[in-house]
Design a protein. Structure first.
Length: 786
């Protein structure tokens, strides 16, 4: 793109959108103008891509979450115009970096599952794969986290406050969604997904819920102002927030409405496109279309799809079911019981009775098949879609799904051997593994330009950005002192940048010369932030006892949102912050260690944290973390893993070598053996270090402001039998961390571990994952535009 065109575009959009001249423009107005200039540039290719894809077989990715983060920097980089735009702005005395920082994250997700969806759509675009993403345009995302006096507080995320430059409202494709008690509009907003080094522009279609009528004129005229807009508010609530609190029935109904809302809109949209090509002939529908369910949230799509086919298109039930069985694939993301969705059939009956009728028919077909295969009634119970007055979404997805996949090797094995063993026996060929991945564009090229430059220098080209396996070519430099020194000086530079950012965001000063030990991920008991916290507290006491304790100066960094209704997770946030304060108040110990809890962990923060890390903490209870993708982001930024034998950690150390990482703790099979006899109180009695740190929860050392949080944590460990084996793994953790501190003394050896992680990370590109889905489940091929 020519600089002159960029400049003219910016000036034009400042004029038509904001009515101002450059010299008066605020940063957000410049952000909008730059974004629109680029958007204008890609529209033709975008339309051509959509048209090209529509001629062949297409995949649809259905996900309740897309954790996109910021668009501008990534889009400029992927289009290859970053430097031009930077130059144009700097000629105008504007710093592109500052403009990038003004953008609000599109935080339409909760954690790994939503970030995976974002990486997948980017990889599909980069690979020219005909894939469209469908989701919900939550007007207020998840929530914004603040830390007040050590407690997490939440408020609304107003990411749309400056308008949103990167999507286009498509009124022509509005769908009407019917519930028994209301009818709403689903309005699509299309987000361009710009691949790296390709002309193809893919589409993420996000549905926004709106009322059919803006307000009731007669009520308003009657001066009943609140009543006049209540219908509108009720509709807009449907796409307001991700995972509304569902502890009460009203919240459950809202979540169910949301799931049906985007499922129904997406199915109608896909069927509308099919009919534009084939009329009402559905015989070849599954030849041209395939849909992937990202977890069970969109599973009601299956029933809605069958409903439309039989009620509106006059297809026989058995044919409709047969088409659905070709059309849908299902990705399982967890084996935690709490996440296996079940819906009370009374709610389904109340909101969409026809969907329940269809569910009964699908269930009947399943039961008939099982009876034919001579399953007895007791065994059939486990498979049923409707049982105990509940609809079991995973059973529906597995029965109808053409493929069922786990997201890392261990996870898929656990599904086959235990959790879904009965299904595996019934349909062994449906089960597949697709180990997760991350996009190297955002998670290395964009967030770590310095390291990217080193890689490009050594490899002689930037091809690795599109073909991450090329990183293997770096291995030959593993004993090259100059290269290792450059790597570590880049790491230091990224730590300095992170320290500056933390100072600006948190008002906390940390020492970039200290060791940065980082645990960033959603707050959950299974992820065991509590284990890390108890370890740090033990370290505090050991330094107290021995001020000369031989460890490098260390900064422990945490970032995590606790789900608002998850009381125990909030207790852990407070506990970490109290430990931070406790250490800061000790003039001796604080010379050696420091704890920082960064607030509102999100994609743009993550882009600063991963590159500035010395150690990646991945310490989930073995068997609980399906894959993890944060672990891969650290690895790609040349950071060793400190973790359990869980999820993709296993594959990470397979690639880069156990000696370049730190694997500790009970394995799945160990837990299997001890689970019935496990007695955390034994550890508490026998291990004085454990007793010392666990007692701080109840002896007044640390203060939870009379919330009862800490006593609850104490009880979780000792009275509720420590479900996540925190105490069982405590000593093993400690030993492993000592080893880290010991190894870090040898700078060259440490640099080699970092470097080995970098050159071994190639297979964790989401490009590899997407190719596997395309080849083994979706059967789609690249369709580059001219
Ligand atoms: C990658 C990522 C996650 C997932 O992290 P895990 O450690 O795999 O749970 C969550 N949130 C954000 C913002 C991320 O970038």
């Amino acid at each position: 793109m020519e600089k002159q065109r960029i400049k003219e575009g910016i000036e034009r959009y400042l004029k038509v959108k904001h009515g101002i001249k450059l010299k008066d423009a605020k940063d957000y107005e410049i952000f909008n103008a730059v974004s629109l200039t680029v958007l204008e540039e890609i529209i033709d290719n975008w339309n051509t891509t959509t048209e090209t894809y529509s001629k062949g077989r297409m995949a649809y990715y259905l996900s309740a979450e897309y954790l996109m983060g910021r668009a501008l920097g990534n889009n400029l980089m992927n289009l290859g115009v970053y430097d031009e735009v930077k130059d144009v702005l700097s000629e105008l005395n504007i710093d592109l970096n500052r403009i990038e920082e003004i953008e609000e994250d599109a935080g339409l997700g909760n954690g790994g599952l939503g970030r995976l969806a974002a990486c997948f759509v980017e990889s599909a675009a980069t690979l020219d794969m005909p894939l469209v993403g469908y989701g919900i345009r939550y007007s207020n995302g998840l929530f914004k986290q603040n830390i007040e006096n050590g407690f997490q507080t939440e408020c609304e995320d107003t990411w749309l406050k400056y308008g949103e430059a990167w999507s286009i409202r498509k009124d022509n494709d509005i769908q009407i969604i019917n519930y028994s008690d209301m009818t709403v509009k689903a309005v699509p907003y299309d987000v361009p997904i710009i691949g790296y080094g390709t002309k193809n522009i893919n589409t993420l279609r996000l549905w926004q819920c709106e009322a059919l009528r803006e307000f009731d004129f007669n009520l308003f005229n009657n001066q009943q102002y609140i009543e006049a807009v209540s219908g509108r508010n009720k509709a807009e609530d449907i796409s307001r927030v991700l995972y509304p609190n569902d502890t009460a029935e009203a919240g459950k109904i809202l979540r169910l409405r949301q799931q049906y809302f985007f499922s129904s809109a997406s199915m109608k949209d896909i069927i509308k496109k099919h009919k534009a090509k084939f009329g009402s002939d559905f015989s070849e529908f599954a030849k041209y279309n395939v849909a992937q369910l990202n977890d069970t949230h969109p599973t009601i799509s299956i029933l809605e799809f069958i409903r439309i086919l039989i009620d509106e298109e006059h297809v026989e039930f058995s044919s409709a079911l047969a088409i659905a069985k070709e059309f849908f694939g299902y990705t399982n993301h967890t084996i935690l019981a709490e996440a296996l969705e079940k819906w009370d059939i009374r709610l389904i009956d109340r909101l969409f009775p026809r969907i329940l009728q269809i569910a009964y028919k699908v269930d009947e077909a399943l039961v008939n098949e099982l009876r034919q295969r001579s399953y007895d009634e007791g065994a059939i119970w486990n498979f049923k879609i409707i049982a105990n007055d509940q609809m079991r979404m995973a059973n529906l997805a597995i029965y109808v799904g053409r493929a069922v996949n786990g997201v890392a090797a261990l996870h898929t094995e656990i599904l086959k051997k235990t959790e879904l063993n009965h299904w595996y026996h019934l349909y062994p060929n449906k089960f597949q593994n697709k180990t997760n991945g991350i996009t190297p564009r955002r998670w290395l090229r964009l967030c770590n330009a310095e390291l990217s430059e080193l890689i490009t220098d050594l490899l002689g080209s930037e091809d690795w950005v599109k073909n991450l396996e090329l990183l293997k070519g770096l291995e030959k430099y593993k004993n090259d002192d100059k290269v290792l020194e450059r790597l570590m000086s880049i790491k230091h530079e990224k730590k300095v940048q992170l320290a500056e950012y933390i100072k600006q965001e948190e008002g906390i000063i940390i020492d970039p010369n200290s060791f940065f030990d980082i645990q960033i991920k959603r707050l959950h008991e299974y992820k065991r932030q509590l284990l890390n916290a108890l370890y740090i507290l033990d370290l505090y006491y050991r330094i107290k006892e021995n001020p000369d304790l031989d460890i490098p100066k260390t900064t422990f960094i945490f970032g995590a949102k606790a789900f608002p209704g998850y009381r125990r997770a909030k207790g852990i946030v407070k506990f970490i912050n109290e430990i931070a304060r406790f250490i800061d108040n000790d003039s001796e110990v604080s010379k050696k260690i420091k704890v920082v809890f960064v607030h509102n962990y999100k994609v743009s923060y993550a882009q600063k944290l991963f590159p500035g890390s010395d150690l990646s903490k991945q310490i989930s209870t073995a068997g609980k973390e399906a894959s993890g993708t944060g672990n891969m982001k650290f690895m790609l930024n040349a950071t060793p893993t400190f973790g359990t034998y869980d999820g993709a950690n296993i594959e990470i150390v397979q690639e880069s070598g156990e000696h370049n990482n730190y694997i500790f703790g009970l394995r799945v099979e160990d837990i299997e053996k001890i689970k019935h006899s496990y007695d955390p109180k034994w550890y508490y009695r026998e291990n004085p270090s454990i007793k010392r740190v666990v007692d701080t929860l109840i002896n007044g050392t640390l203060d939870d402001g009379r919330t009862g949080y800490f006593e609850d944590l104490y009880n979780a460990l000792l009275e509720e039998r420590d479900q996540y084996y925190v105490l069982a793994d405590f000593e093993l953790f400690k030993k492993s961390q000592e080893q880290v501190f010991e190894d870090y003394k040898d700078k060259k050896k440490w640099a080699q571990k970092c470097f080995a992680n970098l050159y071994s990370s190639g297979i964790f590109s989401s490009d590899r994952t997407i190719k596997q889905y395309a080849d083994e489940i979706w059967y789609i091929k690249p369709a580059p535009i001219k």
